[in-house]
Design a protein around this ligand. Structure first.
Ligand code: CP
Ligand code: NVA
Length: 298
């Protein structure tokens, strides 16, 4: 059992919790874990679209013998004005846990404050902790641990980046971050990483950031909900694309949480190359979340 009751961001887990979840995920993936969540229900609230998060959580619940209910923006009253705190208490009366993908991170906090069942953040504008669990599982599989592994984050200091910064701190993983100055990781996240004992190296030059990296990680430049600032963001991120030129000097593996916008933050050639581990990362969403669900509910 882990100490965390809600997982709104990675630093809701202790370093011990993280290791426990990753170990449980690895055992489930290897077919070596007997835990089941029979007759347990996960309510899944989505304000934004999803391919991986929805399907991996739903599949995890099915494989564990439980059930997941998809509640999209047109399915429940949250989208037409029922307060988050009312949705929280109603859903908690039926479901054993709630997973939510919301715009405003404060809404995820309110959901957790009012629901007396575990609440898991399936992505907010500020954080994507379940993605980080899968990312760390993937790095651990590839390198047999985190020692002497260097990861470079290249691109936007967005929700995926911010949770990964916290995950790297918790896993004691060496991380370099390069973003356009105005799109960096929030100071609050860097402070929280420092409290966990490890802050990333922040550098200006993408070439310098990737030079010694074992893994280079990127995500879209225009996240869901940012469509109105698309043109100015595309201009700001010139030079941050993961392409053959940027990666020419090393043999680093490439990660992307997906969906990838080929031709923007990454080229099709890089996504489809032998160095790309994006499909392993995507599959690991299933195993990492199964591990988390077992630790929270079994
Ligand atoms: N990486 C990720 O969360 O993908 P989806 O938006 O498809 O869920
Ligand atoms: N940063 C992206 C991640 C998608 C999984 C977004 O928020 O749209």
């Amino acid at each position: 059992m882990i100490e965390a009751t809600d997982v709104l961001d990675v630093d809701d887990l202790t370093a011990g919790d993280l290791e426990t979840v990753l170990d449980r995920a690895a055992a489930i993936k290897a077919g070596e874990d007997e835990n089941e969540l029979t007759r347990r229900t996960l309510a899944m609230v989505f304000e934004k679209p999803s391919t991986r998060t929805r399907t991996s959580f739903e599949t995890a619940m099915t494989r564990l013998g439980g059930h997941a209910i998809f509640l999209g923006p047109d399915d429940i009253h949250l989208g037409s004005g029922e307060p988050v705190k009312d949705t929280a208490r109603a859903l908690a009366g039926y479901a054993d846990a709630i997973m939510a993908r919301l715009f405003d991170h404060a809404d995820a906090e309110e959901l957790a404050a009012y629901a007396d069942v575990p609440v898991i953040n399936g992505l907010t504008d500020d954080a994507h902790p379940c993605q980080t669990l899968a990312d760390l599982l993937t790095v651990r599989e590839r390198f047999d641990g985190f020692d002497d592994v260097t990861v470079a984050w290249v691109g936007d200091g967005n929700n995926v980046a911010q949770s990964f910064v916290l995950g790297a701190a918790l896993a004691d993983l060496d991380l370099t971050v390069t973003t356009p100055p105005e799109y960096g990781v929030d100071d609050d996240v860097l402070d929280r990483a420092a409290e966990l004992g490890r802050t990333p190296r922040v550098v200006d030059d993408p070439g310098a950031a990737v030079a010694d990296a074992d893994v280079v990680y990127t995500d879209v430049w225009v996240s869901m909900g940012e469509e109105d600032v698309r043109e100015e963001k595309l201009r700001a991120f010139e030079g941050y694309q993961l392409n053959a030129d940027l990666l020419a000097g090393n043999d680093a593996l490439v990660m992307h949480c997906l969906p990838a916008h080929r031709g923007e933050e990454v080229t099709d050639e890089v996504v489809e190359s032998d160095r790309s581990i994006v499909w392993q990362q995507a599959e690991n969403r299933l195993h990492a979340q199964a591990g988390l669900l077992v630790e929270l509910l079994a």
